[in-house]
Design a protein around this ligand. Structure first.
Ligand SMILES: [Zn+2]
Length: 233
C-alpha cells in the first residue's frame, strides 16, 4: 500500500515505454492518491514503417498519444525532453535535464527502464539503445546527482534544492524482486496502450495481458507488473 501523499515519476525513452512496462502500477498508485508524472526523453520520431509517415507528423501524433494515455492512467502531468529518437545518449546534459525534473517534482519513487538489460539470448532480443540510455541517465540522476548539493550548484540557485529519492523501480522483463498486483488496473493499462495507436497491434495487447498474467504466476491475483526495486539508503 502506498502513502497517500506519495509522488511518483516515470522516466523513459519513448512515448509508450512506461505504458507497456508500468502503467498498471502508476494507475494503481494514482487511484490510491499518489501524484504521478511521466518524463519522456525522446520524441519517438523513428517509430513507424508507414511509407507516408514523416518524422514531423509522427512526433506530434506520439506526443498526443502519450498525453491521452496519461489521462487514462490518471497522471498529473507528462513532460517531454524531445531528444531525437535513436540518438539518446546518457551524457551529463541528459542527466541534468532529469535532475531538474527530480528536484522540481521531488518524487518518493522513480520508475525507469533497467539499463542492465542489454539483450536476451532466450528471446533473441536487443534492448533499444534509447531504453538503455534513458535508464542509465535516470539511475545516475537519482543517485548521486539529484541528491548532492554540490552537483549542479546552479540548480540550487534557481530554488531547485537537492532531493533524495526513496525507491527506484527498474522495468526488467527477465528479473525482478517486486511484484505489483495490477488486477484492478489492467483494463486501464490496456486502454492506455490503445491510445498509442501508431505503435500497437491487437497482437501486442494480447502479449501484454499474457505477460501480466505470467508476472502474477503463483500469486492470488491475476495480473501483475514486475520490477527490480531498490530501496535507496
Ligand atoms: Zn521504446
Amino acid at each position: 500500500m502506498i502513502a497517500i501523499n506519495m509522488i511518483a515519476l516515470g522516466v523513459a525513452a519513448h512515448p509508450d515505454d512506461l505504458d507497456f512496462g508500468a502503467s498498471g502500477t502508476f494507475a494503481k498508485w494514482a487511484k490510491e492518491g499518489a501524484e504521478c508524472y511521466y518524463l519522456i526523453c525522446t520524441n519517438g520520431c523513428k517509430g513507424s514503417d508507414d511509407p507516408k509517415m514523416t518524422e514531423k507528423k509522427l512526433i506530434k501524433i506520439r506526443r498526443e498519444e502519450q498525453i491521452r494515455a496519461g489521462k487514462v492512467i490518471g497522471l498529473k502531468g507528462v513532460f517531454f525532453l524531445d531528444h531525437n529518437d535513436t540518438e539518446l545518449v546518457a551524457d551529463l546534459k541528459l542527466k541534468k535535464e532529469i535532475v531538474r525534473h527530480i528536484r522540481r517534482l521531488r518524487p518518493d519513487v522513480v520508475v525507469t527502464l533497467d539499463p542492465t538489460m542489454v539483450y536476451s539470448k532466450s528471446r533473441g532480443y536487443v534492448n533499444h539503445t534509447d531504453h538503455r540510455a534513458a535508464g542509465q541517465a535516470a539511475m545516475d540522476a537519482v543517485f548521486p546527482l539529484a541528491r548532492d548539493r554540490l552537483t549542479f550548484k546552479e540548480l540550487e540557485k534557481e530554488g531547485l534544492k537537492p532531493h533524495k529519492v526513496k525507491s527506484l523501480y527498474l522495468i526488467n522483463f527477465d528479473d525482478h524482486n517486486e511484484v505489483v498486483d495490477i488486477t484492478g488496473t489492467i483494463n486501464q493499462k490496456i486502454r492506455a496502450l490503445e491510445c498509442h495507436a501508431s505503435q500497437i497491434s491487437k497482437e501486442s495487447l494480447g502479449w501484454v495481458r499474457k505477460r501480466s498474467q505470467l508476472a502474477a504466476k503463483g500469486k492470488r491475483y491475476k495480473y501483475a507488473e514486475a520490477f527490480v526495486r531498490l530501496n535507496m539508503r
